[in-house]
Design a protein around this ligand. Structure first.
Ligand code: NAD
Ligand code: TYD
Length: 374
């Protein structure tokens, strides 16, 4: 038996969103044992969790989610009754170059976690009672929406303007376009199949683009903040007209906490910021904020904007309707975008060492090669 009230494996806890989820759970639930299971790929960084690494209710285990035997041993060793699954290959551009790694980690890795959980939980007298397998997914599985209001129009459900009539709902048909979203869609189907076939208590959530501290600087916002600081070009794909719905990462972690504890088994919840932005507009906000905080004159870094060849199969618009989560479980984003982006830019500027440790190594070589190939 375990001394803790709950024993939860969080996979991918050394990554961007995972580190916020681990921090929230370790701080908020001292009576839970949080086991952070991460392979530490290029995207995993234990520095993200320095502030909680010595807590008595926290354990880090370096392991691959594809290692079915190891996962089974860990579940037994720690009496695991909950899994919050975030580990994944997560960058669309990488998936275009190397789809096999995405199928391996996102599909086979999820399947191996599911099967290990199934065998362990089915071996217990109480079987699935009190257990939970919570799979974190993306809105990208739904494909892309039309840009029917290119100038933006007033939203009926949020304070922010929207760029189309349609939204992704929990019932929207899956239509993934990139190898990344195809691999996530496939993993979502496996999770639901384990509920429908074996009765495993699963939950799936699909979230919009996250932003905030500790995001790996291959993604738009941290990459551009760092490039502005170093007066490097800002590669805008295509015309910069694509629309994304942005959510502050701590709000995503809060949603995960709510859904893990109160979500309905076998259900799906969409999580979003009600916060649509065209890439070029968000890029201008980032430039303005970084320039102001660095003491540069307004407009100083606008000349860094460099239009480059578009991403292959670039989805035009993502927009999540998270009304169900709001109505059923009472969650809504806590931060206005202006506040979130200010906090985010300040964090990256104040934590230059974190950024330099990443960008001074292998990643820099990879990044340079990405742009040589374009
Ligand atoms: P990330 O790339 O920052 O982190 C991924 C983590 O998973 C890293 O710590 C990495 O080491 C670990 N990992 C990768 N392969 C592994 C393996 N085989 N075994 C064990 N660990 C492994 O990703 P993120 O942006 O934090 O995304 C986390 C999850 O949330 C993903 O499942 C992603 O699909 C989903 N998601 C992300 C966003 C977003 O905007 N970033 C939005 C919606 C959903
Ligand atoms: P990204 O952060 O990679 O997230 P996702 O592809 O999962 O939405 O990209 C966000 C948007 O920014 C997307 O439309 C692609 C675009 N983008 C650029 O224009 N330039 C860049 O260098 C990057 C990384 C992204």
């Amino acid at each position: 038996m375990s001394d803790f009230k709950r024993n939860i494996i969080i996979t991918g806890g050394a990554g961007f969103i995972g580190s916020h989820v681990v921090r929230l759970f370790v701080n908020k639930y001292p009576d839970y044992h949080i086991i952070n299971l991460d392979k530490l790929t290029y995207a995993g960084n234990l520095v993200n969790l320095k502030d909680i690494e010595d807590r008595p209710n926290y354990t880090f285990v370096k392991a691959d989610i594809c290692d079915f035997n190891k996962i089974g041993e860990l579940m037994k060793q720690y009496h695991v009754d909950g899994i919050i699954h975030l580990a994944a290959e997560s960058h669309v551009d990488r998936s275009i170059k190397d789809p096999f790694t995405f199928a391996q980690t996102n599909v086979m890795g999820t399947l191996s976690l599911l099967q290990a959980a199934k065998l362990y939980w089915e071996s217990l007298p109480e079987r699935y009672e009190g257990k939970r397998f919570y799979h974190i997914s993306t809105d990208e599985v739904y494909g892309a929406l039309e840009l029917t209001c290119p100038e933006g129009k007033k939203s009926e459900i949020s304070a922010h303007e929207v760029y189309g009539e349609e939204f992704f709902h929990e019932t929207t048909k899956y239509q993934p376009h990139s190898p990344y979203s195809a691999s996530k869609a496939s993993s979502d189907h496996f999770v639901r199949a384990f509920h429908d076939t074996y009765g495993m208590p699963t939950i799936v959530t699909n979230c919009s683009n996250n932003y905030g501290p500790y995001q790996f600087p291959e993604k738009l916002i941290p990459l551009f903040i760092n490039n502005i600081r170093h007066r490097k070009p800002l590669p805008v794909y295509g015309k910069g007209e694509n629309v994304r719905d942005w959510l502050y990462v701590v709000d995503h972690a809060r949603a995960i906490d709510t859904i893990f504890h109160h979500g309905k088994i076998a259900d799906t919840y969409n999580i979003g910021g009600f916060n649509e932005w065209k890439n070029i507009d968000i890029i201008k906000v980032i430039i303005k904020t970084v320039d102001r905080l660095l003491g540069n004159p307004e407009g100083y870094s606008l000349d860094l904007i460099t239009y480059v060849t578009d991403r292959a199969g670039h989805d035009l618009r993502y927009a999540i309707d998270s009304t169900k989560l709001k109505n059923e479980l009472g969650w809504k984003p806590s931060l206005q975008f202006e506040e979130g982006i200010e906090k985010t830019v300040r964090w990256y500027l104040d934590n230059q060492e974190w950024m330099d440790n990443i960008t001074s190594g292998e990643y820099e070589k990879y990044y340079e090669s990405m742009y040589k190939d374009r």
